[in-house]
Design a binder for this molecule. Structure first.
Ligand code: UDP
Ligand code: MG
Length: 319
């Protein structure tokens, strides 16, 4: 087997502070792997500008001028991290044999890429980067992030615990991933569905090298809701189960009401009626909301809008 071409795909959104620091580290790692004869000299560090409003794209263009190993593409507007990664992977697979997707803030240990490439050489098509510790995260971030994985798994989404979007995927697996046509994309849940031989490598997560996180709690909850509803229909099943339980309970309630009527105990019943009405209308609204989420998802899927639009490249497009 000849040495594979590796593309490191890096989504960047308003990262002008951190890019000048981490870009050199990515290049150093790429050159180290090229020198070690593990990857071809045609390998590249590919930045995906996700519609940044700051100087991120200018920095990417400048890097591309300085070194042939840097290239970049730009999305026509901000579409979110998942779409940016997908755009990069789909673009990269035309040119390479393997891709590694990684955040640009230096939180994920870059040196693990070597282990990932070794695993690929050993026959794995997908290698997940898994965080072994979260000591540098605050208690709050750690608690919310770990709850995220637990809830996801309970809700029927097969996600790798403590694995974010740092992973190696071969072009062979990417060609199959390209056939997953959904518009609501949640790569962490989709990639395991592609199958193929896969493994995990472990690393310690560092602190962000500069700038600030774009994933506050609200976005994380949004990601979890999106992930669950685009991968599993377990919440709808739970509503059905809840409906059955409430119906059974109401049979007891009805028997109680009728008995009370005949025993002549039905004087002041106001509080109990209000309680039951409140409880049931709450459940009904929540259930409607959950079902509505799925209806909304279906609506967005039927539109089948493009998942990403690339507006600029630092190189001539092959297509
Ligand atoms: N990102 C992106 N588009 C967005 C938000 C974030 O491409 O709309 C990128 C960001 O530049 C970074 C990665 O996604 O490379 C992860 O974001 P961040 O570090 O802010 O999240 P955290 O690591 O705190 O979860
Ligand atoms: Mg980060």
């Amino acid at each position: 087997m000849s040495t594979p071409i590796l593309y490191i795909v890096i989504p960047c959104y308003n990262e002008e502070e951190v890019l000048p620091i981490t870009s050199g580290q990515f290049l150093a790692q790429l050159c180290h792997l090229i020198d070690a004869g593990k990857i071809s000299d045609d390998s590249r560090v590919m930045f995906v500008n996700d519609g940044s409003r700051d100087k991120t794209w200018e920095i990417i263009c400048r890097l591309a001028d300085e070194d042939k190993h840097f290239i970049g593409i730009s999305q026509s507007r901000n579409r979110g991290h998942q779409n940016a990664v997908l755009a990069g992977l789909m673009e990269a697979k035309q040119f390479c044999d393997i891709t590694v997707s990684i955040d640009c803030d230096g939180q994920d240990d870059i040196s693990v890429i070597e282990q990932m490439v070794d695993e690929y050489a050993g026959g794995c098509e997908i290698v997940y980067g898994v965080r072994s510790k979260r000591e540098t995260d605050t208690f709050f971030k750690r608690f919310t992030a770990e709850s995220f994985y637990r809830i996801m798994n309970k809700m029927g989404c097969e996600v790798v615990f403590n694995h974010a979007d740092y992973r190696l995927i071969s072009t062979r697996a990417l060609n199959e991933l390209a056939n997953f046509r959904e518009v609501n994309i949640f790569l962490r849940g989709m990639v395991p569905l592609v199958g193929f031989k896969s493994t995990s490598v472990y690393y310690e997560r560092h602190e962000r090298q500069a700038g600030r996180s774009h994933y506050p709690l609200s976005k994380m909850i949004g990601l979890a809701v999106d992930g669950i509803t685009s991968l599993s229909i377990k919440p709808i099943r739970m509503i059905t189960a809840l409906g059955i339980i409430v119906s059974l309970l109401s049979v007891v309630g009805i028997i109680w009401a009728i008995t009370a009527h005949f025993l002549g105990l039905t004087a002041a019943g106001w509080s109990s009626i209000i309680c039951v009405v409140c409880f049931l209308s709450g459940i009904q609204l929540i259930s409607l909301g959950v079902i509505g989420e799925y209806v909304g998802k279906t609506y967005m899927e039927t539109k089948a809008r493009p998942r990403y639009i690339i507006s600029d490249r630092t190189y001539e497009s092959k297509k």
